[in-house]
Write a protein that binds this ligand. Structure first.
Ligand SMILES: Nc1ncnc2c1ncn2[C@@H]1O[C@H](COP(=O)(O)OP(=O)(O)OP(=O)(O)O)[C@@H](O)[C@H]1O
Length: 268
C-alpha cells in the first residue's frame, strides 16, 4: 500500500498517553499502556499483534466503548471542532456513532440486527440520519447491496440465512452507507474461509479508497495489514513497540518482536 503524504493535514484522530487496566486486573496488569497514535484523513492504519496484546481494548477505547484509565482520544469532527471522545455528552457520542463513525465487528451478528431484513439493516442507518422517504431508503439499500456484491433479490431476507462472508459484507454496507469519516474494524475477516477473506479484503480496499474514509483496523494477520494499511502499529503486552509505513515495518522490522511476528508468517 502506497504511503500517504499527510504532512499538510491535521489528524482526524489523536490518541495521547492512553492506558487501560480492567477493574479486576492486578495493579501491574495493563491491557494497554501509554499508547499514542495519529490517524489522518483517508489513511488506513493497522494495529497488529498476537492474541491478548491489547488491540481490541485499544480499539474500544478509541470508539468510546471503554473509558481508558488514563489518556485522551481527540476526534476532529466534520464541522472542524476537536472533540474529546471521553469527555463529551453521551448523547453527542451516540450521534457521532451513527453519523461520522462506523464500527465493523469481528462477528457480523454483533454488528447487525439479526431480526430485521438485509435492506432494513442498511436502511435504518440512513433513517437514523433523517432520510425518511421509503423509496429512497430502499433504493440506497439496493445500491449498497450491489456495491458489496450481495444479491439484491435477497433484500427482504433476514441475515440469519446469510453465510459468514455475506453477513460481513452486509455489515460493511450498513457501516458505509452513511459515508462515515472514520471506521474502526476489529478483525473483520477472521473466521472466514481463505477465498472469502480475499474477496472481502479486496472489497474493503476498493470501497475505502473510493470513499476516502479513514480506517483503523485491528488484525493478527500481517497479510491483511500488508494489503490494506498505509501504516502499521505493532502491539505487544499492551504497548505499541513499533510503528511505521506498512512495507517498512513488514520488510525491515526493527523491533525483535516484530521480527518474530514477521518470521512466523508462512510465505508460499
Ligand atoms: N473485559 C475484560 N476484562 C478483563 N480483562 C480483559 C477484558 N478484555 C480483555 N482483557 C485482558 O486485556 C488484555 C488485552 O486483551 P485484548 O482483547 O485487548 O487483546 P487482543 O490483542 O485484542 O487479543 P485478541 O486478538 O485475542 O482479541 C488481555 O490480557 C485480556 O485478558
Amino acid at each position: 500500500m502506497m504511503p500517504l503524504d499527510h504532512s499538510h493535514l491535521t489528524p482526524l484522530l489523536e490518541v495521547n498517553a492512553l492506558s487501560h487496566r480492567f477493574a479486576q486486573a492486578r495493579p501491574d496488569q495493563w491491557a494497554v499502556q501509554d499508547a499514542a497514535l495519529r490517524l489522518y484523513p483517508g489513511e488506513v492504519v493497522a494495529i497488529v499483534g498476537e492474541s491478548g496484546s491489547g488491540k481490541s481494548t485499544l480499539l474500544n477505547c478509541l470508539a468510546g466503548r471503554i473509558t481508558p484509565t488514563q489518556g485522551e482520544v481527540l476526534y476532529r469532527a466534520a464541522n472542524g471542532e476537536q472533540l474529546d471522545v471521553h469527555h463529551m455528552p453521551q448523547r453527542q457520542r451516540r450521534v457521532l456513532a451513527r453519523t461520522e463513525w462506523g464500527f465493523v465487528e469481528q462477528h457480523a451478528a454483533d454488528g447487525l440486527r439479526m431480526g430485521v431484513s438485509a435492506g432494513a439493516n442498511i436502511g435504518e442507518r440512513l433513517m437514523g440520519q433523517g432520510l425518511r422517504h421509503y423509496g429512497d431508503v430502499r433504493q440506497n439499500a439496493l445500491d449498497w447491496m450491489q456495491r458489496v456484491e450481495l444479491d439484491t433479490g435477497r433484500i427482504d431476507d433476514s441475515p440469519r440465512g446469510f453465510s459468514g462472508g455475506m453477513r460481513q459484507r452486509l455489515q460493511i454496507a450498513r457501516n458505509l452507507v452513511t459515508r462515515p469519516r472514520l471506521v474502526l474494524m476489529d478483525e473483520p475477516t477472521s473466521g472466514l474461509d481463505v477465498s472469502v477473506q480475499a474477496r472481502l479484503l479486496d472489497l474493503i480496499r476498493l470501497l475505502v479508497a473510493r470513499m476516502h474514509v479513514s480506517v483503523l483496523i485491528v488484525t493478527h494477520d500481517l497479510g491483511v495489514a500488508r494489503l490494506l494499511a498505509h501504516r502499521t502499529l505493532v502491539m505487544r503486552h499492551g504497548r505499541i513497540v513499533e510503528h511505521g509505513l506498512t512495507d517498512r515495518v513488514l520488510d525491515d522490522p526493527q523491533h525483535a518482536y516484530t521480527q518474530l511476528l514477521v518470521a512466523s508468517v508462512v510465505t508460499p
